[in-house]
Design a protein around this ligand. Structure first.
Ligand code: MSP
Length: 647
């Protein structure tokens, strides 16, 4: 039996995982279910990435050990995947013994081969924050987080010789056009990272202890990527006593990752595997981000992005369907309640749900004649085969949205057939043989539809197949390629599979769920009232409420580069607390990318995202324009944390 190994990234332990995180995992689950249905021996891995200074600090704040801290969150994450009906085969934790033991061996093996060497990591250190910064990250020579003085410190550290792999990785990209999908990301990796040259990578730290120890050099712990990326092979028993699963399933067929970690998976990870002389994964698929209100998602947006809340309200299958249908897998897509509700009504309640409802519980007259095959049967049978073959092609390329569109071609045609043949009228007119023939075709079509949607909506698919009272062998993917399975055509009565939603009322309810801005104190309220009054009469003056619609935030520029093909635009990565935004601004004449990195800027965070020269811009930097046209960025007078509100 052919094997199929698919992975999600391993998640940082946080009880703030939102539907953006569920997106990767649901996509992997759909693919795993589809491949299982096609007869593959599938392994589907997910897990948690539990080490590092951030976790160590959070645990300290809570007064518990790091392990106790992550244990509790892992229970929450596992429950989230259960809620999302994610049926993984392996849940790897980087604190699992099998992982820790193997990472120590991986590190040692690379060291023995000369691929890891000891050197010195030099940087600016903020003692209260216990964090290293590069020169460029400092703000006016001070710590960008707390604004205090920093010291120049040299720390002994191990480095991985990433620089030596550039040519081999470039060659791999060139020889394997599908190694990184979609193709746009491949060009980005080649021209932005591989061609300009790779630097050696710092892979150990001595400034914190919550990590896997380097066993031949006490005091050092393995730093970030060697620990995290290795999970894909340690979970299969690589370098353990029993590596049979590794031998069976590696190399992975596909690593599903978000676009911001494509670089780690297609440059650092291949280099590590080359260093270990192990095969590379066959493909890395880097999908886009789900964005909301123009920005990257975060749990601070409230219930509307909380997967557990949404499942509770609309059902898991509706949410899974929406995630994979709404946005083409690969690109960024906006998440909105309105889009979700409209999709549920149009595709699920109207098309699929309605098809089930209109033929459920229909009874024809008693009759002994053989059913009369309707004229459309051959055409429907042929269409089903075409749809299945196109669906398979699209699913094999992870084009989920296109695959669903294809399946819906068939579902819509079936609905039209029900409309044309009106079995309820045939029953009333006592046309038993015709009624039975139409119902058989409808039930057959419904069976095929339910099988095709099963990877996306396993629960609803099962509910439909149960209404048709079909045995297991009539529920398989292969059985969907036959049009002669259903005998009786009877569909049991039941409640609607996808109830219609009153969109207006529901949106009003969700509006009430959105996080509120802090209520101003009583006296402040009075102040506002007093100042607001004139605005009603004076044109051009806005009310405080209008100003409050702007979400202004302080952001830290962490990366910046020129936009290719433009001499005006700079593309910056701006950190706002937990999230990072990409902002494109027309400031290249006044600032170099180097000058931008480390700056605390002020941005409008709730502007609708736009594309400038093909680059997504998720907000706008504020700047003043001098009389001579000079542009000067708005910044803050004293350092404050990035993500701070400006009001
Ligand atoms: N721990 C690392 C991965 C290590 S893999 C060896 C990590 N963890 S994460 O929890 O921050 O992110 C996990 C995944 O969730 C990433 O693929 C990321 O792209 C994805 N997403 C997080 N927010 C998202 C959206 N808003 N939309 C789509 N995917 C999102 O990175």
């Amino acid at each position: 039996m052919d094997t199929f190994y698919i992975t999600t990234p391993i998640y940082y332990p946080s009880d703030k995982l939102h539907i953006g995180h569920s997106y990767t995992t649901v996509a992997a689950d759909v693919m795993a279910r589809y491949k299982k249905a096609r007869g593959f021996d599938v392994k589907f891995l997910t897990g948690t990435d539990e080490h590092g200074q951030k976790i160590e600090r959070k645990a300290q704040e809570k007064g518990v050990s790091p392990k106790e801290y992550v244990d509790e969150i892992v229970v929450w994450i596992k429950d989230l995947w259960k809620t999302m009906d994610v049926d993984y085969d392996i849940f790897i934790r980087t604190t699992d013994k099998i992982h820790e033991d193997a990472v120590k061996k991986i590190f040692k093996k690379l060291y023995d081969k000369g691929e890891i060497y000891k050197g010195e990591y030099e940087g600016w250190y903020c003692t209260p924050c216990e964090t290293f910064f590069t020169q460029r990250q400092l703000v006016d020579g001070k710590c960008p987080d707390c604004g205090r003085d920093v010291e120049r410190i040299k720390e002994e550290a191990y480095f991985f010789k990433l620089s030596g792999y550039q040519d081999r990785i470039l060659e791999h990209f060139e020889k394997n056009p599908d190694f990184l999908s979609p193709p746009s990301r491949r060009n980005e990796m080649i021209s932005n990272f591989l061609k300009p040259g790779l630097e050696d990578l710092c892979v150990s730290r001595t400034s914190f202890t919550w990590g896997i120890p380097v066993d031949f050099d006490p005091g050092h712990v393995v730093y970030v990527w060697i620990d995290a990326l290795s999970n894909y092979i340690t979970a299969l028993g690589f370098l353990s006593e029993d590596d049979s699963e590794y031998k069976k399933y590696w190399p992975a067929d596909v690593h599903l990752v978000g676009k911001e970690i494509a670089r780690f998976h297609t440059i650092i990870w291949p280099a590590m595997l080359m260093g270990l002389e192990e095969p590379l994964p066959k493909q890395v698929f880097a999908h886009g981000w789900l964005i909301i209100d123009g920005g990257k998602m975060s749990k601070s947006k409230g219930n509307v992005v909380d997967p557990k809340f949404l499942v509770d309200r609309y059902g898991v299958d509706a949410l899974r369907y929406f995630l994979l249908r709404e946005v083409a897998f690969g690109g960024d897509g906006n998440f909105s309640n309105e889009a979700l509700l409209n999709r549920i009504n149009a595709d699920l309640a109207n098309d699929l749900g309605n098809l089930v409802s209109r033929i459920s519980g229909l009874k024809g007259p008693e009759q002994t004649e053989a059913p009369t095959a309707p004229a459309q049967e051959a055409e429907l049978a042929e269409l089903s085969l075409k749809v299945i073959s196109r669906t398979e092609e699209l699913m094999d390329k992870l084009l989920f949205s296109d695959a669903l569109t294809e399946i819906w071609v068939f579902i819509k045609r079936l609905n039209k057939f029900a409309h044309e043949s009106e079995p309820w009228k045939l029953a009333k007119a006592n046309k038993g043989a015709e009624f039975a023939g139409v119902m058989r075709v409808l039930a057959e079509g419904l069976r095929i539809s339910a099988v095709l949607v099963s990877p996306f909506m396993p629960g609803s698919s099962k509910a439909i197949l149960d209404r048709l009272a079909l045995p297991e062998e009539s529920r398989t993917w292969e059985s969907a390629k036959r049009f002669d399975i259903v005998k009786s055509g009877e569909v049991a009565k039941g409640s609607p599979i996808f109830p219609r939603i009153d969109v207006k009322a529901e949106l009003a309810f969700l509006e009430g769920q959105a996080p509120k801005k802090e209520e101003p104190k009583q006296e402040e309220k009075k102040e506002e009232k007093k100042e607001e009054a004139p605005s009603e009469q004076v044109p051009g003056i806005i009310a405080f409420d209008d100003f409050a619609k702007l979400d202004l935030k302080v952001g830290l520029v962490t990366e910046c580069e020129k936009v290719k093909g433009s001499d005006k635009l700079l593309k910056s990565q701006v950190k706002l607390g937990d999230e990072t935004r990409q902002i494109v601004s027309g400031i290249a004449k006044w600032y170099t990318p180097e000058e931008m990195v480390g700056k605390l800027v002020v941005l409008v965070a709730n502007l609708k995202p736009v594309k400038l020269k093909g680059q997504l811009s998720e907000g706008m930097l504020l700047a003043a324009e001098g009389k001579d046209g000079t542009i000067s960025l708005v910044t803050v007078d004293k350092p404050v944390e990035d993500g701070s509100e400006v009001s």
